[in-house]
Design a protein around this ligand. Structure first.
Ligand code: HEC
Length: 203
């Protein structure tokens, strides 16, 4: 049938014209994952952080410096860490975090013995959201944020004031393996930092 090739040619031409802007857009390196601020330095919670690279999880982690999560032993929360894609790519190449890195730490309650589960624990509702940003707009080069707890999670957060950020800064500066980040608990990043030689002395 002579008309069939013509039709499919036309169809594919239309498909190319229609689809190419989308393909073009997704092929571009994304810079739109940079930290976004409102009214000065208030960080806008990245709405899509859940689609960012997932770098590590903890379950009921407590620290020698102690960080109050009272129900930790009865109902150990999961912590899930995410980083913006452009910072992740930079880290994979260099073992270092670029200016404009955004880290989101999500805490979720855990449960056991529901549905077909008989042992072990799985994550459930969101209980808190925190963030950390490496950005030269802050005097310290880094800033720390709390987006709230439970049902009270806000979409924007002011940087924690010096006294509230002090424990974050202290623990992250003293005990983290790469810059201010706990790469020692993120297995795939740890391999990269080892290979690039960016772990702090002692790791
Ligand atoms: C006593 C130590 C300690 C304190 C205090 C602390 N953190 Fe962390 N933080 C950790 C550890 C350990 C991890 C990695 C393990 C985990 O919890 O998943 C982490 C991970 C993070 C991450 C993921 C990126 C990274 O740096 O590894 C963010 C974001 C974060 N913390 C924010 C905060 C904020 C905001 C505060 C202050 C309100 C804070 N932290 C206080 C120990 C601490």
């Amino acid at each position: 049938m002579p008309s069939a090739p013509k039709t499919s040619l036309l169809t594919s031409l239309i498909a190319t014209l229609v689809l190419s802007p989308v393909q073009y857009a997704t092929a571009q390196p994304t810079t739109d994952d940079a930290p976004r601020y409102r009214d000065g330095n208030a960080l806008v919670l990245p709405a899509d952080y859940r689609s960012w690279p997932f770098i590590g999880a903890g379950l009921g982690m407590r620290y020698s410096d102690e960080r109050g999560t009272p129900e930790a032993s009865a109902d150990p929360p999961f912590s899930h860490a995410f980083v913006n894609p452009s910072a992740y790519r930079h880290f994979m190449e260099t073992g270092q975090w670029p200016d404009g890195s955004v880290f989101v730490l999500e805490f979720r309650a855990s449960e056991s013995q529901a549905s077909i589960n008989t042992s072990g624990r799985f994550a459930t509702r969101l209980i808190a959201l925190e963030a950390e940003v490496k950005d030269s707009r802050f005097a310290d080069g880094w800033a720390y944020f709390r987006f709230g707890q439970g049902d009270d999670i806000s979409s924007v957060a002011e940087p924690l004031k010096a006294e509230d950020a002090a424990p974050c800064v202290e623990c992250h500066s003293t005990h983290a393996a790469v810059e201010r980040t706990f790469v020692q608990f993120y297995p795939t990043l740890l391999d990269v930092a080892r290979e690039k030689g960016t772990l702090k002395p002692g790791f």
